[in-house]
Each structure stands twice: as C-alpha cells, then as structure tokens.
Design a protein around this ligand. Structure first.
Ligand code: MRU
Length: 345
C-alpha cells in the first residue's frame, strides 16, 4: 500500500491515523492540507514527512497566481517556512524543503509553469531516491542480522514511514527475504501506538512473524533471553552519532547495553544533521496532553492531572552499536565514520 501518491494536480496521503482498521487516502489540493496531515500524523516517519512536504510545496507553488519569477520565489519560500514548522524533530523535513528551494533557484528565471514542473520533478526524485535508499540500507543492514534472530523494534520505521520498504523494517524485510527466518517483537509505542497499529500491521501483511509487547515489557523480554538485537529508525542523527527517535528508544538502548545486545539504528543520509555537534542541539517536539490522557478518544486519566508528552528522546552515541545508512554501515567514532561516507558534504 502506498504511503502517498502524486497525481499531477493532487497529492494523496494515506491517513495513518485510521490504520489498521481504516485505510483511506486524504486528497490534498493545496499545501495547508499537507501541513495539517503532517501535524496530525496522518503522514509520519522522518523520510515520509520530508517527501510529503516536498509535494506540499509543489501544490503551494502550483496555486500561486504570480507571474514575476522573483515574487514567485519569495512566495514559495514563505510556503516552505510554513511547512517546515509542522514538526520540529525530523530533519528530513527541512532537508527536503531546502532541496526543493535549491532546485527552484537553479531553475530561475522561468515561467511559473516551468518552475512548478521543475519542482514536481525534484519532489518525485526525493521520493524515488528514498525508496532506492531503503533497499540499499536493507542490503547493508541484513548482513548484521544472524539467521533466526529475534529482533526488537520500536515505533514504526517501515514502508509507512518512508517512500516504501522502510529503514529499520527494511533491514528486517531484507533479512526475511534472504531466508534468515527472523522474528520481530514490536513495542506498542505509547502514546500513539505506531508499533501496535503500524509495525504490527506491516509485519503481519508481509508474513514476518511478529509479537506485540507493551513498552514496559522490553526489559523483562531481554532478561529472559528472548531477544537477540534491537533495530530502530531515527528522526535526526547529530554528527557525533547521538540519535533522536521516538520516545522510549533511549530506554531500549540502555536496556540493550545492560543485557549485552547490539543496538542498531537504520537511517538514510537525509536524517543525519552534520550541523549539530551532539544530540543536545536536536529540537524535541512536545505534543498535546490528550495524546496521553486519552486512548482512542476515551479519557483514561483524571481531569486535572499534569502531563508531559515529548514525542522523541535522544540516545547517546555510546549506546549505538552501529548506524546502518544507505551508503553503508558505520561504527564509532561516528564523527569520523559518518564523514568518511561523504555525509554532510
Ligand atoms: O511521531 P512519528 O510517528 O513521526 O515518529 C516516527 C519515528 O520516530 C520513526 O522511528 C522515525 O521517524 C524513523 S522512520 C523511518
């Protein structure tokens, strides 16, 4: 099932908030609809957010009634600013928008129709490259996975979070396709249950054995010797290898270290932010209280309770055994090994 589809004048987004029960597409005709879909997590996952924002920018440009190329550029830059504020943590969002603006600037001056066509071409390229990158990441990453491995993952870093195939789930898929007979433990991922709703759904559809656990069960699972390794995705990786990913990831990394298990992160180079020295500089999104006080719209906590709801956490590089990218696998010291892959150039 496609996460998103570009139809020339309209952009379709699979509404992931309805999954696994309801698989419906949102038809976007202008950029505010795309911005809202990103904000409400209809489309989510770092690479998918980047690609969706790129197409959102094309819709915004398409709807401009401006002939002057310089004014056109200024208006598109404003739209990019608006799209970039939808979610702060995943760096792929800004990466994709910057790439779109660079393409537009390099096509200047031109007629609006030509400029929009150049932008649409670039958005399609971002989408295609993400898909190809995930397949490469899968090939590199599956070499780290032993036959019969029992793999714990968190949140959803699958086809739904990308243009297709997935990052962490791409590695698992590639190991499965290589006949390694792996099985997966999916952490449910409170508060929005991306693990229970999305990862479990993807794995079941692919016929990869999957067992759902609640987030609090991971430590006991490891203590019982029921898992061999952890692989997760990332929303932003600093140049020293610190990793921002879905809230709960840090806890899993600490547990993996305590139990002597490898902790792998799979992410494309567009997720690496070489401008940041460490994870301390990564902006962490805080979302609204209802996500925690309510489950599927039903209040489960008393009125008046205080809530803290950071959507992501930062795992220090020292807990990350290796980072699997679309350019190869790197190990510490990440400042050096990420640069050696040409990331950040
Ligand atoms: O809030 P979400 O669902 O967008 O968070 C997604 C994650 O944390 C993923 O692990 C990450 O974006 C990697 S997706 C390939």
């Amino acid at each position: 099932m496609e996460t998103m589809r570009w139809e020339g004048r309209e952009f379709l987004i699979l509404d992931q908030t309805g999954l696994p029960g309801r698989a419906e597409y949102i038809r976007c005709r202008d950029y505010p609809e795309v911005a809202e879909a990103i904000r409400r997590l209809s489309v989510r996952g770092a690479p998918a957010i980047g690609a969706a924002a790129a197409f959102g920018l094309v819709l915004g440009a398409m709807n401009l009634k401006v002939d002057d190329p310089l004014e056109f550029l200024a208006r598109v830059e404003e739209i990019a600013d608006r799209l970039s504020t939808t979610r702060p943590t995943a760096v792929n969002l800004n990466w994709a928008l910057e790439r779109m603006l660079a393409r537009l600037r390099s096509s200047m001056p031109g007629k609006p129709g030509e400029l929009v066509a150049a932008m649409a071409g670039e958005a399609e390229k971002i989408y295609r490259e993400d898909l190809e990158g995930n397949r490469k990441m899968g090939r590199f990453g599956q070499e780290l996975i032993p036959a019969g491995a029992r793999i714990l993952t968190h949140c959803n870093a699958g086809a739904l979070a990308t243009a297709g195939y997935g990052t962490a789930l791409g590695v698992i898929r590639a190991a499965h396709e290589a006949g390694k007979k792996v099985c997966v433990y999916a952490g449910e991922t409170r508060p929005l249950l991306q693990g229970a709703r999305l990862t479990a759904w993807e794995m079941v559809r692919d016929g990869i054995p999957v067992t759902l656990i609640t987030d609090g069960m991971a430590g006991y699972l490891m203590a019982k010797g029921m898992v061999d390794l952890v692989v997760v995705g990332a929303d932003r990786i600093a140049s020293n290898g610190d990793v921002a990913n879905k809230i709960g990831t840090y806890g899993l990394a600490v547990l993996a270290r305590e139990h002597g298990l490898p902790f792998y992160v799979a992410a494309p180079f567009s997720t690496v932010d070489m401008s940041l020295e460490s994870g301390a500089g990564i902006p962490i999104e805080e979302r609204n209280a209802e996500e925690v006080t309510h489950l599927a719209g039903v209040r489960v906590a008393p009125e008046g309770v205080g809530v803290w709801n950071p959507a992501f956490d930062v795992t220090p590089a020292r807990l990350v055994s290796a980072i699997i990218t679309d350019r190869g696998v790197v190990r510490p010291p990440y400042e050096k090994t990420l640069r050696e892959l040409g990331i950040g150039e």
